[in-house]
Design a protein around this ligand. Sequence first.
Ligand code: IVH
Length: 669
Amino acid sequence: MDAAQRMEELRAQLEEHNHRYYVLDAPVISDGEYDLLFQELLALERAHPELVTLDSPSRRVGGAPLDQFGRLEHRLPMLSLDNAFSPQDLYAFEERLYRFLKSSSGLTYLVEVKLDGLAVELVYEDGILVRGSTRGDGWIGEEITPQLRTISSIPLRLRGVAPPLLEVRGEVFMERQGLVRLNEERQRLGESLFANPRNAAAGALRQLDPAVTAGRPLCFYAYGVSAPEETPCARQLELFDYLGELGLPVNKLNRFCGSLAEVTAYFDKLATRRHDLDYEIDGVVIKVDSFLLQSRLGNIGGVMRPRAPRWAIAWKFPAIQATTRLLDVEFQVGRTGAVTPVANLEPVDVGGVVVSRATLHNQDEITRKDLRRGDYVFVQRAGDVIPEVVKPIVERRDGSEEPIFIPVVCPVCGHDLVRPESEAVTRCVNPHCPAVRLRSLVHFTSKAGLDLDGLGQKSMEQLYEQGLVRDLPDLFMLRHEDLAALEGWGERSADKVMSAVARAKSPSLARFLAALGIRFIGEVTAGLLELNFVTLSNLMGRDRHELEEIEGIGAQAASSLVDYFADPSVVQMLEALHEAGVEPVAPQKIATDGALSHMVILFSGTLSHLSRAEAKNLVKEHGGQVTTTVTQKMTHLVAGEKAGSKLKKARELNKVILTEDEFLGLITP
Ligand code: IVH
């Protein structure tokens, strides 16, 4: 067999296994066996680049970043849908249909779940995915072909006998779990959170670098085609079977209903079951089943300016809202001193989740919504993730409600609060405020900081309350017997913390700076500072101008640093840390010839010998790079215990997987 034949065979096999894994959820080979086939294809593609095809699974990894999105006109417009909010709306919809058709019985429907994601079009020519785009304004969308190729459940090649042209429409979305995990990661990185799956899906698809999209857990379901009359199907129900046979994922909850009574019964059933689904749905879409009737009914807006099909309607679930009482407001002081008002609510069930607290964000938000202590309020869960107070029920006020103001002094330390003219945030500027201290300590030991094993938020709060750790230097003077004696602790947890603390005594300068939590100095800026100044004492002697000269360091960061190091109590603290043996290690020259040069390594899961910070340090010392997301750029994944989805993704992308010991083997001569 020649190379071209073998490559064709491998592509077909890999797509078949991909389909079994992602669409049917019924794999017949192991991940390892899949990897071997994939490796073989990659090797052949390297040897014969001219034989690489559009439908090669190797294209799923991302490809080169784009400068901007191209515009793509849909051959036939992607219309929107009219909405129904009640059974009355639904019966009115059916009445319109009968009037239009001059008939009075016999309509049947397909009821589909309405996913909360983003509509896209996939164009298959002779069964090969050649283009993909967003809906855009319905006429012209953005071309996102490489981004869509990274979604595992989208076939790159259709199965069976594919038509010359098929334009598939469907929804790209993110499952709840994926969204929660993505948000957790973003929170750690200090990035803004996605309020709902639609934003998350849109954010992932609108990445110019498809490798970033590849790292996001996106899913896809097909719900239609641009021109049903060009298919062998006579009705929507058949179309779903047809799409399924072609290898496209279709939602199993889609259901044929012989009457509106069946439709409403199914709607009610889904409304109660929606919270048990892996993904968020915001209603159902009801479509006249017969394509013949669909074409007779046509579109609202006519042939010239079609807006929405007359034969379909979206029936939305009522928003997940509830009413409760705003009992009181707590003012929390964060690491940066920012004071956040948090509402204490009378606990209330909002769509299956008990909500008793919700952030009110800041004074402007409270004023805008005119929320008062004692108000009855509407609460809702936006995108099922973050509870939100929508508005007060003014009619239920009895005059006893009190306006809410952020206090003028810090609720924790009593220091004056400051609200800069141009900002929405009010801050406690007392660096010794116990709340700021505790939050800073928690940050220092967290993953974003030095990643001290065994010292998560709860433990740190306990150590703070017990008076064992009130300041950073205290951490490094902890005694084993004090820890072991704490409630809920013991020899083993004390051991663990003691060795984590010992290891943390020689962090890289960048880690150390990021861990200090200086305003405007995140991981990236800290890395630049390390690169340019190498040691802490060298950095401390710099003035604003010297700092600002560095590419990537702005005025805010520079003056924040200068102010920080000018504070005598900071200097004192750093000296105490030094005395306790904390010595940010002068990083080795970025060794391009190190054992790990040219490697981009990701750590996933729990390592048994190393802390994350230490592992990352080792990579840098040996000339490698560290990444926190599975991207095309990544070359190796070091899998600890419970490595999870990143491991799976890395396997799919055909990356080298190492155990922790194998990793250590690479750097110990
Ligand atoms: S059909 C011409 N079916 O809802 C028919 N849309 O409000 C147009 N959607 O942009 C779409 N699930 O993003 C259809 N099963 C489904 C759907 C669905 C979700 C979304 C889609 C569309 C929006 C219209």
